[in-house]
Design a protein around this ligand. Sequence first.
Ligand SMILES: [Zn+2]
Length: 367
Amino acid sequence: MKAHRTLLIKLPRDKCDVDYIRRLMALTNSAYHGFEIWEPDIPKTTQHHLYGSFMNYMGSLVFGTKPKRWFAETWVPLKTLRVYGDGSMKGDRSAPVVLDFRNNVIKLRQVCRNEPRYTVELPMPKWVVERLKEDGDVKYAMIGVKDNEPYLALVAEREVKPYQLSGYVLVVDVNSWKYGIAWGLIKNGKIITWRVEKPDTFLISTLYHQAVDRERKVGKLRRLGYSKTVRVDRIKEQAQARRSKIYRITRDKAYFLASKLIRKALKYRALLIIDDMTEESRRELLEEGLPRDVIKLLMSNLKRFVHQLETLAQWYGVPYEFRRLPSTICPICKHELTQLPGRIMVCPNCGFKAPRDMVPMHWAIKV
Ligand SMILES: [Zn+2]
């Protein structure tokens, strides 16, 4: 099985002609629909690469498999040449992307601007070196425009064999950040470890209230006619900075947790079960009467977490599956559970009792 991981690198805008990249994207799009359009003013080599690469990509990672979020527009597939420390090379010698490990640079030839022999150099990201250490190879790259900015996407590929399961099961329950991401390690019908992981919710709440205070102040000053002053701009910036900080906190937590859980799965050679209950969690927060913008912050980067968990599972060969595990139905007698204060669930029929986030683990034991 081939696994892929992608890294997005923002390209220097002053060195890249966004309109030219857009043209290449349009040509790629037509290639996707089966047309080969030869533009007289674009270098032939670039177009050869485009259509040649395109054929290589058919049924490969870019087209045919599920597109990554940022590939909604057609990105331009590019071959790479890898030049290693000992001078050996892999790939097409005339490839538009050169990964030069001797000088630790990436060279983009002819794809950033429509000028003969135009080359852009970027520092080699640590990410690439790390993927190489894991037997990965960056055979492909893509160039494209996202939010009006030019980007290079490096695609690492690796041949993986999922490991033999040891009987351990790692269940990951994705809730909102308010109640955290719950995980449990199960073996022989027993929950061995169980934890709920959360970012610093106190800090999030403090930052949120500081942002709201400042936004109110701005509204007040505006009503008084001070909408275009330096002071108003500064307060607005402070509010925005706090909201961005919250977003960064949840994003870092998402990446940290995904990597921690994959390491755990690898250590125990566990089957990974992902229970994505973000929609249910959103409803729970709505029922609690939380403001919509608070809910948005408490749900931020959870999709990214699930995506990252899945990407890493594929990359390291962790067998995984998505499964819905109920948290409001009794795992013993299937009776509806009643919720007590402190999110404790009780079965009025058989007396089963557990914290709400632990109920799915009991279901996982059964299946
Ligand atoms: Zn019951």
